[in-house]
Write a protein that binds this ligand. Structure first.
Ligand code: IPM
Ligand code: MG
Length: 362
């Protein structure tokens, strides 16, 4: 079986980190017999430059026709002045909506080798392994009406709509419960049910699911403000967390930082049939773009998630994760995760080292 992969490098450090992930993809083909057909397309600012739109029609079409999408990152100050509809972020949001990728899986795992890179005490974060399941195609990100309008008194006001239907809550809830079942069977649903009706319904629907279909999973609920506090206070209390689009955006950045660097964390965005888009959770880092110092590991680990969730090759995913562990054991570090006694390397050298470790394990 040949899998078709759409490769969308995007902006900023995107092309640099994607180049390293592609070394891993070619190694999988030459050493492990995986059959892939890869095709590149522009998205984000690159899409705007190439075709006048952050999500060119041909790019969306390619993504739709592929088994999986590997994305670098989008955005940069160069496009800040554009209309909202033409800004790079719309490329990402358009892909999520256009492909129906409602479930965003954001693992926060601390590699033991990087305990010193976290801003939290080692005993608070060592062994950390949380999975955040973020709803990705609904909520306030996509709710209408939205906009900026002029009131009768002449003042402008901005407005957005937080909205979730029962079925939207149910499908993300089910996805999170299923993931919890394969892990430590603990699910914490995060909402703001004390203030927002929309998330009062969220809590009700998740509670019902737990009672009717997932009695074997220990379900708890937490308000989002408390969840943010608990993530930095005692993060290891969490196994799987499920939450709305916006709360998930915020909490996943906080969880990422627990692990030392946002440059380490991959993500998967899935539809209901296993098709997915895979990307590092960090952004396009325009400040370091082109310098060859970006950490490619989150993107490489996103390839591992792609193998696990879309290409039905979990054993190869484990090999990639081991190769990353081996390189960290050897003391190689990009600047974002460097600590005394380690060797600082650039983006390319890090990619080569992981590809080498993967090859030697073949
Ligand atoms: C993320 C990013 C995006 C989001 C932006 C770039 C639109 O922050 O994937 O977390 O808000 O979802
Ligand atoms: Mg974010």
């Amino acid at each position: 079986m040949t899998y078709k992969i759409a490769i969308l490098p995007g902006d900023g450090i995107g092309p640099e980190i994607i180049a390293e992930a592609e070394k891993i993809l070619s190694c999988l083909q030459t050493e492990f017999g995986l059959s892939l057909e890869c095709e590149h397309a522009p998205v984000g600012g690159a899409g705007y430059e190439a075709a006048g739109h952050p999500l060119p029609a041909a790019t969306l079409q390619l993504a739709r026709a592929s088994d999986a999408v590997l994305l670098g990152s989008v955005g940069g100050p160069r496009w800040d002045g554009l209309d909202r509809a033409l800004r790079p972020e719309q490329g990402l949001l358009g892909l999520r909506a256009g492909l129906g990728l409602f479930a965003n899986l954001r693992p926060a795992i601390l590699y033991p080798q990087l305990a010193a890179a976290s801003t939290l005490k080692p005993e608070v974060v060592s062994g950390l392994d949380i999975m955040i399941v973020r709803e990705l195609t609904g909520g306030i990100y996509f709710g209408t009406p939205r906009g900026i309008r002029i009131r009768e008194d002449g003042q402008r006001e901005g407005f957005n709509t937080l909205i979730y239907s029962e079925s939207e809550i149910e499908r993300i809830g089910r996805c999170a419960f299923e993931i919890a079942r394969k892990r430590a069977r603990r699910l914490c649903s995060v909402d703001k049910a004390n203030v927002l009706e929309c998330t009062e319904l969220w809590r009700e629907v998740i509670t019902g699911l737990g009672r009717e279909e997932y009695k074997d999973v220990e379900l708890s609920h937490m308000y989002v403000d408390n969840a943010a506090m608990q993530l930095v206070r005692r993060p290891k209390q969490f196994d799987v967390m499920v939450t709305t689009n916006m709360f998930g955006d915020i909490l996943s950045d906080a969880a990422a930082m627990l692990t030392g660097s946002i440059g380490m964390l991959p993500s998967a965005s899935l539809d209901s049939r296993g098709k997915g888009m895979y990307e590092p959770i960090h952004g396009s880092a325009p400040d370091i773009a082109g310098k060859g110092i970006a950490n490619p590991l989150a993107t490489i680990l996103s390839v591992a998630m792609m193998l696990r969730y879309s290409l039905d090759a979990p054993a190869l995913a484990v090999r990639i994760e081991h190769a990353v562990g081996k390189v960290l054991d050897d003391g190689l570090r990009t600047p974002d995760i460097a600590s005394p006694g380690t060797r600082t390397v650039g983006t390319r050298e890090m990619g080569d080292a992981v590809a080498g470790a993967l090859r030697s394990g073949a």
